[in-house]
Design a protein around this ligand. Structure first.
Ligand SMILES: *Cc1c(COP(=O)(O)O)cnc(C)c1O
Length: 333
């Protein structure tokens, strides 16, 4: 299952869905109905799995279009069953179980009764069972226990053969652990070439490069403030390049003052002062040849997005999904 929620992690949902459509995937994983519609709008017919719970008013369309929800409660299941009855056909759903995420799914007590109740709904087919890992990149011991618990649950519910699809792992689960009882996985971040477990990064290649260009280069004298709040003041004459990107494009303002750099003409150049909405200033004293129009890499092959996330005290997922629509997406074959 290719997870393409949040605009395919900021890469562009329709384009990524079209690029992956030929890969013989079991499902595209999306967050909501609107994203499901976008995939169909792109002309892609791969099955769609809804990763979170749905609102009652969305369920009619979900059944009509045969998208696959994960079920966390009997109430949802009953409504899907009732809607499917109107179509006179069985509707495939997955049973979500909460093995530690605390966000959705049936809680561990009474799962056998819950499954029995689901199976009494004659227009539903319980095609799969899934759960989610909250800490596969942070807590190996907990994750190993959680995987064992998921296997035990499946045993208790009648064994692996009872479910066509059994799924638990996100990217860190896939990279760091054996599949065990599962026959489906839900990679998100790693699809876009970023490893949530740093030791695996050399096996992947980042998909997104964020670039801008220099708009202006000037030399400022010593004692000159740079950007809002004058948080940075030059201590010597400094060649300052102004770059046409800012937090309005999703580049995190929070890197300001944390030693963040950008890549220009083969060199790392420090960001000076605060990142503004549309522009930022960088020190190009060391690269004489940099002038107006020079290409600036904010992250990509030369500057890991993980480093930007670290400087912004956040995670890569937030950086990628935060790149705003103002940034023009360019795709290469
Ligand atoms: C977002 C999400 C994933 C993908 O997670 P990554 O860490 O990006 O691989 C997998 N499963 C569920 C339920 C999710 O919500």
């Amino acid at each position: 299952m290719a997870v393409v929620k949040a605009g395919a992690y900021g890469h562009g949902l329709e384009e990524i869905a079209r690029a992956l459509a030929a890969e013989d995937l079991a499902f595209f994983g999306v967050a909501n109905v609107r994203e499901a519609r976008q995939i169909r709008h792109a002309g892609v017919n791969t099955r769609i799995y809804l990763l979170g719970p749905t609102w009652s008013e969305e369920r009619k369309e979900i059944v009509a279009r045969d998208w696959t929800p994960c079920i966390s409660s009997l109430e949802e299941a009953c409504e899907f069953n009732w809607l499917a009855a109107a179509h006179g056909r069985r509707f495939k759903v997955h049973m979500a179980v909460d093995t530690g995420m605390g966000r959705g799914g049936f809680v561990a007590d009474g799962l056998a009764e819950a499954l029995a109740a689901l199976e009494r709904l004659e227009y539903l087919e319980i095609e799969g069972i899934g759960s989610h890992l909250p800490a596969a990149d942070e807590d190996e011991e907990f994750t190993r226990q959680q995987m064992a618990r998921f296997a035990a649950i499946i045993d208790e519910l009648g064994g692996a053969a009872r479910f066509r699809w059994r799924h638990l792992s996100n990217s860190s689960g896939i990279l760091g652990y054996a599949p065990g009882v599962c026959n489906l996985a839900r990679p998100g971040l790693m699809l876009y070439g970023i490893a949530p477990l740093a030791g695996f990064q050399h096996q992947l290649r980042n998909v997104m490069t964020l670039k801008s260009r220099v708009t202006l280069v000037r030399t400022l004298p010593a004692g000159h403030g740079i950007s809002y709040g004058r948080a940075f003041v030059t201590s010597k004459p400094t060649r300052v390049a102004t770059v046409g990107i800012g937090y309005g494009d999703g580049y995190p303002r929070h890197v300001s003052g944390h030693g963040a750099e950008v890549w220009i003409a083969g060199c790392r150049c420090p960001i000076l002062g605060r990142v503004t909405m549309d522009q930022m200033m960088v020190d190009v004293t060391g690269s004489r040849e940099v002038g107006e129009g020079a290409e600036v890499e904010l992250f990509g092959p030369n500057l890991p997005v993980a480093e930007v996330a670290r400087n912004a005290q956040t995670i890569v997922w937030e950086i990628l999904t935060g790149i705003t629509p103002r940034v023009q997406r360019c795709y290469r074959e």
